[in-house]
Design a protein around this ligand. Structure first.
Ligand code: ZN
Length: 579
């Protein structure tokens, strides 16, 4: 933690002690009064003028409160006052464990007050443990955790590509039960990933039934987001129906240019399911490109990079082994890296070696198909290029078509010419996205994570901009510029809709009796500044953020406080319906 923050924090401790001491001695009506703002209350109803009175951690009054007094008054004239945003797909858990990122500041500055963690099947089942861990260090936003099907399966069966025995299935069910008892809000799955991809639908249903007993949710990174998206959506619906859980297709997308336009059919599947009484929904991050990486991962295979080569492929195995050594000095790393690219260029000019590389890139192995096999060349969008700047925004298969060449040859040339060239894997149609946004049941999310607080000396870092920009982008691009959704509806999709889906019954609305998670912002000047090339840039437009009635963003500045908690799902337990 920088010294500056330490000073801010120690001042806060003093301020907190002082305010505690005099709070009981005052005769004020409210602790905090937010006046003159346009209230967008989270229901989707049109904005209205109202003041908001807060006592302790709760909203206690809403209306014309001009005659009332408060210990602290916030003038929200010209600004919107809404419930704090709830992001149903975030990966803040590792950031919460570290002192430079536990503030979740990249979310706070966008008005997010609660993130749902444990997405994509990865959420730990030790919920009590993370609660202690996170709250001991302190966290900047609230969190609601999902136990991960993948984490549970890995604990019981490792990474084995087979069905579980009856005993293993029971073990998985009991780990999920433990997590639900400790406060998880449901279960996530990541069926495109190992080990989730090894599970049959029936296996997932049996495990998800435990979640159903508690009235929790099932949120799935579906088995396929490319050509098989309709079957994958049907699978989510079937799991919801047969396990009696509320189902959610998370970061709902139809990737690959070849599949653009299929969104209408996917939406129909969800609408048909809902029409027959199956409660399913979806969330979406507001970007038409998914995450990615350098066109070739140099040291070891990672992410969705198209040019994956097995770690043991000769003649580069040894060089890549050395590149995996994290203690390698930068200069040596650069030399090795250049050598690797030279050797690769030579290998690609040898006919039989080139064929071997082509097979790895196009096919992969039966248990781990290559990302090109899963995604197709029409999924790769160039997002950062220094040498080949003219390629930014282009899809690899389009380049191949224009040049009448094989996409592999195009990619192979780029690997040699600019190995750092950064591609997103998964390119979506914005028209498809807007169609989905207009569905009542679609929530907005980010799929980002808690990043370290940015210092002035930080270099730009290449990554997906969603951690710093998702909520701001919804407001700037899809409400303001494209008018795909109204402000009120966009806010509903970031507040009461996720709260309702989770059955979080005391947040997500500006209503008397609700917890005072509140954001005050200017939708006209909200801007996302993060880009792929410079992904750690804070959004702007937010003036105040309150978590449980405590100010954390104050007149546009983070005050260093950590008021978040890991919220527990108030289920009544098996046999009781919390739905
Ligand atoms: Zn995912």
């Amino acid at each position: 933690m920088s010294q500056r923050w330490q000073v801010v924090l120690s001042n806060l401790v003093v301020a907190a002690l002082f305010s505690e001491a005099c709070a009981s001695g005052t005769n004020k009506d409210f602790d905090i009064l937010i006046e003159n703002g346009k209230v967008v209350d989270g229901t989707g109803n049109p904005w209205f003028y109202a003041d908001v009175g807060i006592v302790g951690n709760s909203i206690v009054a809403l209306g014309d409160l001009a005659s009332k007094t408060a210990r602290k008054t916030i003038d929200a004239e010209g600004l919107v006052v809404s419930p704090g945003f709830i992001d149903v797909h975030a990966h803040s858990e590792s950031g919460f464990r570290q002192a430079d990122s536990n503030a979740n500041l990249n979310y706070l500055v966008q008005g997010v007050t609660t993130v749902v963690t444990g997405a994509d099947g990865g959420g730990t089942f030790n919920v009590a443990e993370i609660k202690t861990q996170w709250e001991t260090l302190g966290i900047g936003t609230n969190a609601a955790h999902l136990v991960g099907f993948g984490a549970v399966r890995e604990e019981v069966m490792g990474m084995e590509p087979r069905e579980p025995t009856a005993e293993e299935l029971q073990k998985m069910r009991s780990l999920v039960r433990q997590a639900m008892q400790e406060g998880a809000w449901g279960m996530s799955s990541g069926l495109e990933y190992v080990p989730g991809r090894f599970a049959t639908t029936e296996e997932i249903i049996e495990v998800a039934k435990v979640v159903g007993e508690f009235g929790g949710v099932y949120s799935s990174h579906q088995r396929n987001e490319f050509d098989g998206v309709l079957e994958a959506t049907q699978e989510t619906i079937r799991i919801a129906e047969e396990a009696s859980v509320r189902g959610n297709s998370t970061h709902f997308k139809i990737a690959r240019k070849n599949n653009w336009g299929v969104m209408g059919e996917a939406i129909q599947l969800i609408n048909d399911a809902r029409a027959r009484g199956v409660e399913v929904s979806a969330d979406m991050y507001p970007y038409h490109f998914a995450s990615g990486g350098p066109i070739i991962p140099v040291a070891s295979n990672s992410g969705w990079a198209p040019f994956h080569l097995p770690n043991d492929m000769e003649p580069f195995a040894e060089i890549r082994q050395r590149l995996r050594d994290r203690s390698l000095p930068d200069s040596e790393r650069q030399t090795l890296r250049n050598r690797y690219i030279d050797e690769l260029a030579e290998a690609l000019s040898d006919e039989s070696k080139r064929e071997q590389i082509r097979q790895s890139v196009l096919v992969g192995t039966p248990n781990r198909p290559s990302s090109v096999a899963l995604a197709g060349w029409d999924s790769y969008l160039v997002v950062v290029a220094n040498k080949n700047e003219n390629l930014i925004g282009r899809i690899l298969s389009d380049l191949a078509e224009e040049q009448n060449r094989d996409p592999f040859d195009i990619a192979a040339d780029l690997v040699i010419d600019e190995p750092d060239l950064y591609v997103a894997c998964g390119v979506m149609s914005e028209e498809d996205m807007k169609l989905a946004m207009q569905q009542d049941w679609l929530m907005f999310s980010s799929d980002g994570d808690a990043r370290p607080i940015v210092k002035d000396s930080d270099e730009p870092s290449i990554s997906h901009p969603r951690s710093f920009g998702s909520q701001a982008r919804v407001l700037q691009r899809y409400v303001g510029e494209q008018q795909a959704v109204t402000l009120e509806n966009a806010i509903r999709k970031m507040t009461s809709l996720p709260a309702r889906f989770l059955r979080m019954n005391d947040r997500g609305l500006l209503l008397s009796g609700y917890k005072a998670d509140i954001v005050v912002f200017d939708p006209e000047t909200t801007r996302e500044h993060a880009t792929h090339a410079d992904a750690r840039r804070y959004s702007e437009g937010t003036y105040y953020v309150l978590i449980d009635g405590k100010i954390t963003i104050d007149d546009g500045e983070y005050n260093g406080s950590l008021h978040g908690k890991l919220l527990a799902f108030h289920a009544e337990g098996p046999g009781e319906s919390a739905r």
